[in-house]
Design a protein around this ligand. Structure first.
Ligand SMILES: Cc1cc2nc3c(=O)[nH]c(=O)nc-3n(C[C@H](O)[C@H](O)[C@H](O)COP(=O)(O)OP(=O)(O)OC[C@H]3O[C@@H](n4cnc5c(N)ncnc54)[C@H](O)[C@@H]3O)c2cc1C
Length: 371
């Protein structure tokens, strides 16, 4: 098996909540102790007003109760590194390269790959697990625009050392109409900042350079109050990675074409608004691998079964996430006040069950493949 990763190494990245179906796969892989060690046991989600006064929020223990204590928050790249570590050298890994061409030759039943850097080579199957803006999808299925459903928001994230104040293990968020800015304290004196903004607060297209990204955030959050002047000041000086992207879903009517198949965000991005894209990506990869194993060599049957098992489930997740979008950055002050009220009531178990109980339980029974 050959794994190709564009990044030169695994590092940084935003923090994700990890739970539900993802934790089932992590358990099958024996990863739980490692993920618990890498994760942050977040205590509270807190919504504050312009002056930093608490207006809403909930204890994260609610999620732990609803998931049977299967909830942690960790860096996406820490999770990726843990999964890579579990492969234990059983795959040939190439960092800092990318597939640049896919030629499927039916006559010899092989796929010829070209790379940005490495020499071409032939493989049996190609699995595109290269995220929302998948290049494999572009090469095998066509341009992104044919599959992307923008949800009307953009998201940005960056990290900084030494920021004050710190509220350990509390995810602190502040909203003004159409925008949300949050901070979360990390180990080693670092803080992660996350911005979500409705597209009407962004002049023009998704910015493509760090200079444009910083200026877009300055424009959108300059009047937002709370710690925004300090956060924007820190952003101005920051030299590390600044993540900035559209919040989109990928909707496709098939995930395989010939010997190429997609998993994760490449196939069916649910967006950050679903809060479980990572676990879903792992579940898709598990089912794809299981079906390839079970259908011993009949890759077309395996792809068909993988899609039949997972696509309806992913579509339900996507629809639920799209409906949920308005709660992240409510359009009006009334909407923010209502969201704050509901989150205050989430401490009551029956209210939590009603509002989020359904969404944290994954209504899918994964096959138990014996590898
Ligand atoms: C800000 C934010 C917050 C989120 N919060 C959560 C959360 O709380 N919980 C949750 O479960 N999910 C969350 N998500 C969603 C989650 O990150 C994704 O659903 C998940 O990472 C998808 O996994 P993936 O492996 O399919 O794609 P990705 O994680 O995007 O991984 C794709 C990989 O492919 C590499 N790649 C890209 N192009 C190429 C190429 N041409 N060649 C080689 N390699 C390439 C990338 O470098 C990357 O390493 C969040 C997303 C965002 C943006």
């Amino acid at each position: 098996m050959l794994l190709v990763a564009k990044a030169p190494r695994l590092r940084g990245g935003y923090v994700i909540d990890f739970w539900a179906v993802g934790s089932d796969i992590a358990e099958k892989m024996g990863l739980i102790p490692r993920l618990e060690a890498l994760g942050y046991s977040v205590r509270e989600v807190r919504f504050v007003d312009r002056r930093g006064r608490k207006r809403g929020g909930f204890p994260v223990a609610i999620f732990r109760r609803l998931t049977g204590d299967r909830f942690t928050s960790l860096r996406r790249t820490d999770l990726a590194a843990a999964i890579c570590g579990a492969l234990d050298g059983r795959a040939d890994m190439v960092f800092g390269d990318s597939i640049a061409g896919i030629e499927q030759e039916e006559k010899n039943g092989r796929v010829r790959l070209r790379f940005d850097r490495a020499a071409p080579r032939e493989v049996d199957l190609v699995v595109g697990a290269d995220g929302l803006h998948s290049r494999v999808r572009g090469l095998a299925f066509g341009p992104e625009a044919g599959f992307e459903l923008p949800l009307g928001h953009h998201v940005a994230a960056f990290e900084l050392a030494g920021y004050r104040p710190r509220d350990e293990l509390v995810f602190v968020s502040h909203n003004v109409p159409g925008r949300q800015v949050s901070r979360f304290t990390l180990r080693d004196n670092r803080t992660l900042f996350l911005f979500i903004l409705r597209d009407e607060y962004l002049a023009g297209q998704t910015p493509s350079s760090d200079r444009e990204r910083k200026s877009a955030l300055e424009n959108a959050f300059a009047d937002a109050g709370w710690e925004c002047p300090e956060i924007l000041g820190a952003l101005r000086e920051a030299s590390g990675d600044l993540y900035f992207d559209r919040v989109s879903q990928i909707r496709m009517d098939r995930w395989a074409r010939g010997r190429a198949v997609l998993v994760g965000d490449a196939a069916a991005c649910v967006s950050l608004l679903a809060g479980e894209g990572t676990g879903l990506a792992m579940a898709e990869a598990y089912v794809l691998a299981g079906e390839l194993h079970r259908n011993a060599g009949d890759y077309a049957a395996a792809f068909a079964r993988y899609q039949a098992l997972m696509m309806p489930f992913l579509l339900r997740k996507q629809r639920a996430a799209a409906r949920f979008a308005s709660t992240f950055a409510p359009r009006t002050a009334f909407g923010i006040g209502f969201r704050d009220l509901v989150t205050r009531l989430l401490g009551i178990p029956s209210v939590a069950n009603f509002f989020i109980g359904q969404s944290v339980r994954d209504d899918i029974e994964l096959p138990d493949y014996r590898f």
